[in-house]
Design a protein around this ligand. Structure first.
Ligand code: SF4
Ligand code: SF4
Length: 382
């Protein structure tokens, strides 16, 4: 069955309508070429900027050629799903070193399954449309396979790739997830939009660890999102203080981006914070047992990192928090539950806190001496 240009245009409009009905804010189409994008990725991998994410080294052919990943693919539909709820308490945890700071996208339900289901439903409805069942073939992806998602989002005009490497939409900022539908129909393609970063470098300047090493180039081995999520090993000591209280991911480059003034909020209740993770103390989280970690974080992306990485991240954040006797005791009590790598992080946290205590004590002594000195210089009857 050969489809006419009018029919393809109509199918494309129908896909857009279905996407909006299923909660997406946009759905745009591009061809399958990764030209101009793949060589940069290859270079990034060659420079070992991907750390332990060895999946980047595998299936390079599939990443470069979408038709190899799903034979017959003619177009890629890129879809945007906003996740920022109203009243996102960004600044509260970042300002208080005793609170945990969790990346905004991870506070609610895991988006992978949720978006996949929605994409499957769109494709199901589409195949029933105009009896396309016999001609249509598709496959959906949400962060799950070697797919160059930001390449397709940029080519299709979902947004442009900011200097922090995330996609920015001029009317919606960057707080959104991306999903893709690979489809065999030669739908008309959309046009990319102009990159509007201009001379701004706010994300580069704000990055706590200097991970944005050049515009559009992030060294994952320095990025807090990688260090606290993908990284399975220890966190380099020279970066621990810079991580502050960020226990899962980092939003700083997005927070600094002026385009997020235009961010659209989402009404999807699945992305509302769970377990008060948007305003909870490090001390409370540290006291969770492994079963509490598994129960409380079921259905969120955080659980994927596992209990030991969770403890590792918390230990670093606690080392950057304020000293308290209770915290030192709590740290020591966890030693028996921690593996060797995490134990080293706990030791580091204890040393950091003790150093702060000594500093506080010597400051108190100095103040006392100063007061004594000043009062002894005053005339007796003054
Ligand atoms: S997520 Fe954080 S650490 Fe990573 S590049 Fe952005 S600001 Fe830097
Ligand atoms: S902060 Fe500035 S440079 Fe960075 S992505 Fe946003 S607009 Fe572009």
């Amino acid at each position: 069955m050969k489809l006419t240009d009018e029919q393809l245009q109509e199918i494309k409009a129908h896909i857009h309508k279905l996407a909006l009905e299923h909660g997406f804010q946009d759905a745009r189409v591009c061809d399958t070429s990764t030209e101009g994008y793949y060589p940069k990725l290859e270079q990034w991998i060659a420079e070992k900027r991907h750390g332990d994410m060895t999946f980047f080294e595998r299936n390079q052919n599939l990443r470069q050629n979408p038709q190899e990943l799903h034979p017959g693919t003619a177009r890629i539909i890129s879809l945007r799903y906003d996740y920022l709820p109203e009243n996102a308490k960004f600044s509260t945890p970042l300002k208080d070193p005793n609170l945990a700071n969790v990346s905004r996208y991870a506070l609610g339900r895991d988006y992978h399954k949720l978006m996949r289901k929605k994409l499957d439903k769109i494709c199901q409805s589409l195949s029933e449309y105009f009896s396309l069942k016999d001609v249509i073939d598709f496959r959906v992806f949400v962060d799950s396979a070697p797919v160059m998602e930001s390449c397709f989002a940029e080519k299709s005009g979902i947004g442009w790739k900011g200097k922090h490497t995330l996609i920015i939409n001029p009317d919606a900022g960057s707080w959104f997830f991306l999903g893709e539908i690979f489809i065999n129909l030669p739908l008309p393609v959309d046009q990319p939009i102009e990159n509007q970063c201009g001379s701004c470098t706010a994300c580069i300047s704000i990055c706590p660890t200097g991970a944005i090493i050049a515009p559009n180039k992030v060294d994952a081995t320095k990025c807090i999102s990688y260090l606290t999520i993908e990284n399975k090993g220890g966190i380099p000591e020279d970066l621990r203080e810079k991580i502050g209280n960020r226990i899962y991911g980092c939003d700083d480059c997005q927070l600094a981006c002026p385009w997020n003034r235009y961010a659209q909020t989402s009404t999807d209740k699945d992305f509302l914070p769970r377990n008060q993770l948007d305003e909870i103390s490090l001390f409370d989280l540290w006291r969770w047992s492994e079963s509490e970690f598994n129960e409380n974080l079921a259905g969120t992306p955080i659980r994927r990192i596992g209990y030991q990485s969770w403890l590792r991240n918390l230990a670093v954040a606690i080392g950057n928090a304020e000293y308290s006797d209770e915290m030192i005791i709590a740290l020591e009590l966890k030693m028996s539950e921690a593996n060797e790598m995490v134990q080293e992080h706990i030791q580091w946290a204890i040393q950091q806190l003790n150093a702060k205590r000594l500093e506080q004590m010597s400051l108190a002594k100095k103040t006392q001496r100063l007061i004594h000195c000043v009062t002894s210089m005053l005339p007796r009857d003054a």
